[in-house]
Design a protein around this ligand. Structure first.
Ligand SMILES: *Cc1c(COP(=O)(O)O)cnc(C)c1O
Length: 438
């Protein structure tokens, strides 16, 4: 982008200057509407999410056998939601209400939020192929997918994906387990242990010295030359999005079992780390369907990769990348190192998201060590982006006025930080994170 164009953009959208200066920035969305008004703009419905629930239930017998760690939950891939009162005390009295953590960091199979969308998309593809070939019907026990017949069948097909690490991990592991030939195109940010783990599962890993955008483009190109190759498009996939969205009703059921109330008097604020947008966008969609207007979703990004804030705030969506403004997209939050947001997610969700903020890597590291000390919960840096949110939401009177929140609502609120990854980080790598924090 030319300097003059950047100046013009800043005149119209002054926060762009703060983003370029890498300052921690927040923007509350003046264009939110009720769920009822926003739904027609999403392009997906409650029925679509319902279908995703049903598909995952069909695959549960397969998953329970293929991944014994899911047997306790009968093949349903879900995470715990827990209160974190010691962390709340550490953050300080500004955060009123209760602070909770959604531990997608500890989801089985791949230890990150990508165990929702990534795995769901591969299962959807496998089901479609097997049904079309007359090998499977929806009424079958999907445990039969473990048989050598299916491994041979899926072995005729390949799957490709571009990733900063965790999506590749999820898609690689599940694809290889089903018998697909799978190639993961990894950006420079991807951690060495994630590549090694994938190779140990028989996944082909192609490494790039460039960022996520390049890895995705190369993956797309490689797949385009092979009619039997399915490219999983993290930037545009409705299927991935629906895989994430089932989290909404699941959380609602968990809260019900815990006797936790969410209603107008007890609002729920959810803080979601955002990379390209599919994960947090899909989860937010599911939450809105489940809890309606009583849930408020806020996206968190690194100061060096504020692609979704930039896209939604300027209305340019995927028409602009942070690099166009000279922002380098280099961050310790490797899961969030994305320069250009999903245009599909930004446009679908822009009426349903209350706000966006950015967080400095140093803040992420402090929060990482606090959570480890106070709660004994160890996460990767990306997963702490949401933890900076509750204080901001609780102290911003402009935001309270925008939504007409009363003191009583704010003191009865639940703040849910979505912990998106870290459960499988090797001990030496975690020790390094903690050392960096010190
Ligand atoms: C991928 C990822 C996210 C964000 O998901 P997107 O779909 O890229 O927005 C957040 N945290 C972690 C740890 C991730 O791996």
């Amino acid at each position: 982008m030319k300097n003059a164009d950047i100046e013009k953009l800043i005149q119209q959208y002054p926060l762009v200057k703060q983003l370029i200066d890498l300052q921690e920035t927040r923007w509350f969305n003046p264009n939110t509407t009720s769920v009822a008004q926003a739904l027609p703009h999403v392009g997906l419905s409650a029925q679509d999410v319902h279908d995703a629930h049903a598909r995952l239930a069909r695959f549960a017998p397969f998953l329970a056998q293929a991944f014994p760690e899911t047997a306790v939950s009968h093949g349903i891939i879900e995470s715990e939601v827990v209160p974190i009162p010691a962390m709340q005390r550490r953050i300080g009295p500004a955060v009123t209400g209760e602070l909770w953590l959604k531990k997608d960091s500890h989801l089985p199979i791949s230890g990150s939020i990508k165990a929702r969308g990534g795995i769901y998309e591969v299962l959807t593809h496998a089901e479609k192929l097997a049904i079309a070939a007359g090998l499977l019907s929806e009424q079958d026990d999907y445990g039969k997918l473990l048989s050598p017949t299916f491994a041979r069948f899926f072995g005729q097909y390949s799957i490709a994906v571009g990733s900063t690490g965790n999506l590749g991990l999820s898609i690689g592991i599940i694809s290889a387990r089903l018998g697909f030939n799978v190639t993961v195109h990894m950006s420079a940010d991807a951690r060495a242990w994630k590549k090694a783990k994938l190779r140990s599962h028989g996944v082909k890993v192609v490494e790039y010295a460039e960022d996520y955008g390049v890895a995705v483009e190369q993956g797309r190109l490689a797949a385009a030359n092979d009619a039997n190759c399915f490219f999983i498009d993290d930037e545009n996939s409705r299927t991935l999005f629906l895989g994430y969205a089932v989290a909404g009703q699941r959380l609602k059921d968990q809260f019900t079992r815990l006797g936790k109330v969410v209603d107008r008097a007890h609002p729920l604020f959810v803080y979601l780390p955002c990379g390209v947008g599919g994960g947090p966008g899909g989860v937010a969609f599911g939450l809105k369907l489940a809890f309606g207007d009583d849930v408020h979703c806020i996206f968190a990004e690194p100061t060096h990769s504020p692609c979704m804030l930039l896209g939604v705030y300027t209305g340019l969506h995927d028409g602009i990348a942070v690099q166009d403004l000279g922002i380098d997209n280099l961050t310790a939050a490797d899961g969030l190192a994305v320069g250009r947001a999903s245009g599909f997610v930004g446009r679908a969700m822009e009426r349903l998201l209350d706000g966006f903020y950015t967080v400095d890597d140093r803040t992420l590291y402090s929060l990482l060590s606090w959570l480890a000390q106070e709660e004994g919960i160890q996460l990767e840096p990306s997963a702490l982006a949401g933890m900076a949110g509750p204080q901001q939401i609780c102290t911003d009177t402009t935001y309270h006025r925008l939504h007409g929140f009363s003191n009583s609502q704010l003191t009865q609120a639940t703040h849910l930080v979505w912990a998106t990854g870290g459960g499988m980080v090797p001990a030496d790598e975690m020790a390094q994170y903690l050392a960096t924090a010190r």
